[in-house]
Design a protein around this ligand. Structure first.
Ligand code: MG
Length: 385
């Protein structure tokens, strides 16, 4: 049985991962579970999966876990997360945190030589160059869970990306694809978190509504597969059946299609290089009928263009884009800024940033803090942007 560490176990990907593990009895054992602050869910999961280690990121909640969970080691904070990805017995780490928080555990896991199933795209956006280099040095597998990237990974099927001429990432278009952009400043947080195709956490749902999620995914794909941004294109595909398309140098295109269920890319990342037999994920194209594709209107969804801009600036710019976006999404969800303030604020922060070329990790963390402070200043001082 493969011993797995699930980091971010109480979030949407974490819960789906545990379901995949339950659906494949005898194949996996859960060695560590880590969550940010959801004690109740974490205790339920620990009682069910009997891990050796349980980590709660929020140190204030450690005492409660110690009181209620007797049969495993209880850890907390960033140190706890690092232990939960580096223990010698762990064979694969599934990293499903949200946002920049995933960067340190990801680096620790790679340095410890662990194979990783990665759902958390932000670390690759922040520090793609460093992560690619470390993955090469330590000879670990970094297998994407993000559905589009899992699709690319499956289309490539071990082939070198030097034979690729273009990659197409698909986007369902989110909840506002057909909404008049003149009404975008009236979009409420409740409307923004209603995704038409995928059931996800709040942050990624807002990112999908602004299309920043797709922008982050473009940078993520470039970092994961070593492919230039100019070779990566985005297609709106409302049916969300085709997850991505790889075009090879002869013009032939291979697409990956499946039902919209995150458990499938999770299962593939855990079973790779094998595929598990399953009747659960059957796609009936006759029921889908037609597959539609269109280009993105970046006037309507400027976040996608901002991500390309930051990606081309390279260095610390993608990290700044990501940090500014995280702050903006949080403020939007709290009702402090408008939906349309998200791209406006990110653009202003990016414009005032001097990107550091080939940054080291310290420079990345510094750029992350700088961008968060700068974005908060813009938002809370109501500086006109
Ligand atoms: Mg995705």
């Amino acid at each position: 049985m493969k011993k797995i560490s699930i980091i971010g176990s109480t979030g949407s990907i974490g819960k789906n991962s545990l379901e995949v593990i339950s659906n494949n009895p005898g194949k996996f054992s859960v060695f560590s579970l880590a969550a940010k602050n959801n004690v109740e869910e974490l205790i339920n999961q620990a009682n069910c999966f009997k891990p050796k280690q349980v980590v709660i990121y929020d140190e204030a909640k450690k005492a409660e876990l110690i009181k209620r969970l007797k049969s495993c080691e209880i850890l907390c904070g960033s140190d706890g997360l690092v232990k939960a990805v580096t223990h010698p017995e762990i064979e694969q780490v599934l990293l499903a945190l949200t946002g920049a928080e995933g960067l340190s555990p990801l680096i620790a896991a790679i340095r410890a030589g662990k194979n990783i199933a990665l759902a958390n795209k932000e670390p690759l956006v922040m520090a793609g160059e460093i992560i690619r280099k470390l993955v090469g040095e330590h000879g670990v597998q970094l297998i994407p869970i993000d559905s589009e990237h899992s699709g690319i990974f499956q289309c490539l099927d071990g082939r070198s990306s030097s034979r690729v001429s273009r990659i197409f990432l698909t986007a369902s278009g989110g909840p506002f694809l057909n909404r008049n952009s003149e009404t975008f400043d009236r979009i409420t947080p409740d409307e923004a978190v209603q995704h038409p195709r995928w059931n996800m956490g709040k942050k990624i749902s807002v990112d999908s509504a602004t299309l920043m999620n797709k922008g982050l995914e473009v940078i993520e794909a470039s970092a994961l597969f070593g492919i230039g941004l100019d070779q990566i294109e985005v297609l709106i595909h409302p049916e969300a059946v085709v997850h991505s398309i790889v075009e090879f140098e002869d013009g032939s295109q291979i697409a990956q299609m499946s039902v919209t269920d995150m458990q499938l890319p999770i299962q593939y990342a855990l079973s790779y290089p094998k595929r598990f037999k399953s009747d659960k994920y059957r796609l009936d194209l006759s029921k889908v009928g037609a597959l539609n594709f269109q280009r993105v209107d970046t006037q309507k969804f400027p976040c996608l263009a901002l991500a390309y801009r930051a990606g081309r600036m390279a260095g610390t710019a993608p990290c700044v884009l990501n940090a500014a976006n995280e702050v903006c999404v949080e403020s939007f969800l709290k009702g402090e800024i408008l939906f349309t303030d998200i791209p406006r604020s990110i653009e202003a922060v990016l414009a005032s940033h001097s990107s550091v070329k080939h940054p080291n990790l310290d420079e990345i963390f510094k750029a992350d803090v700088w961008a968060r402070n700068r974005t908060n200043e813009l938002i809370h001082m109501k500086v006109s942007v």
